[in-house]
Write a protein that binds this ligand. Sequence first.
Ligand SMILES: Cc1ncc(COP(=O)(O)O)c(C=O)c1O
Length: 484
Amino acid sequence: MRPTIFDKSRPGASGHAIFDAEFSSAPPTELYPKGLLREKPLGLPELTEIEVVRHYTQASLDNHGVDSGAYPLGSCTMKYNPKRNDALANLSGFRDAHPNQPPETLAGIWEMMFELQNYIAELAGMDAVSLQPAAGAHGELAGLLIIKKYLESKNEKRHIVLIADSAHGTNPASAAMAGFACRIIPTTPEGLMDVEALKAELTPDVAALMLTNPSTLGLFEERIEEIAKLIHDNGSLLYYDGANMNALMGISRPGDMGFDVMHINVHKTLSTPHGGGGPGGGPVGVKKFLRAFLPVPIAAKSGDTFVPDYSLAQTVGSVKAYFGHVAVMARAYCYILTMGAAGLKEASENAVLNANYLQAELRGVLPPVFNKLCMHECLLSGNKLAISAYSFAKRLIDYGIHPPTLVGAGCVYFGEDLKSAMLIEPTETETRESLDALIAVFKKILYETESDRQLVETAPHSSPIGKIELKTPEVEPSGKKAVA
Ligand SMILES: Cc1ncc(COP(=O)(O)O)c(C=O)c1O
């Protein structure tokens, strides 16, 4: 056994005044009941600094992150978090601020939040924004609570939320949490919302339609204006799941498409860390007629200074302690200022270009599910693979690439034809070289499936944990599924 600091015989212990003083006096054994005295010295581990450093460095290497390799996950994608953002959020004015400080000493933070609210409103075509929610899913909940309270204020009894079958799983979950029941709208073979099916569901009890545009299939809803009109003519509201706004910055705005309420996933569009339902950000934006319902506080200008405004008449209340995640918002703010209007547009253009480049180059390995240009992510079919898409994806780990999203895992419903599809989002932050390397790995794995199938099927071989066998989720035969 290694000597411990309590072990007087440890090398170097004797002769040191400090140890002698600490350990030479005998414990007052007579005070302790018999049987409660230790018989052996404490077995505390003794580690050197370098051992601790190596332990934690290894633990960080066991993780896969954007800083260590490509992360083309699809849907919940991580793009690079610029270190400049971290440096700004780490300025002592942000880092050392406390929400209980006198408000006048936080005016700088409120100014930053005020400007960010305006930037997001401008990007999205909304009239007002609250930065309170802590994640995309949390923004959804806040947005649906706004819709609920608005309808209640008009004495309208509408309890149904319509959701596309391609929606992210958080959509029905948020609707259920906000007290709505859901009806699912199917997707056409072209990958767009089935407008005829939508019409059939537009009953007087429909509160809202939640829509992601571009969708989780990587496609732009071409009939969005018609959909918006149908929804509004029915007296319902249109909710925008803004997770995919990274495809639209400076190009098109959900507010102009007819959406009334939205959230934006700042981790996807504005390069902040992903909260994953938790310590991230999901600002919620609304059109003017819903401003009074926003979560408080929002940032406001008061004379020459900036303050938190809690006075919104019909607010749904606070959805997060204090002011939300200020350090995340500081990062989003830094990103917007760094990029500028032209840079944000270029980022979206590159996100779309990169996804189309992958789709085109991988056509021979994984043909696209929908044979047309995609937006920021592409949906590729694994139907022709000799092995399961799951095994194929896991082998990517051995080459330092995060597996893409296997469709069905994150979405409400997908039919048989999409069972082995992969949703791949390279993001604009991958270079041409990095994309080419990624394409080469996909091709290599395709070759391996033929030359050494066993190798691929038992992958990954390089990670601390091997493949976990999946139970295939049950897929319903019909597109209509009551989720809540
Ligand atoms: C389309 C879509 N909606 C909602 C969410 C949920 O967002 P979050 O993970 O920030 O809660 C995601 C994930 O990023 C998403 O891709």
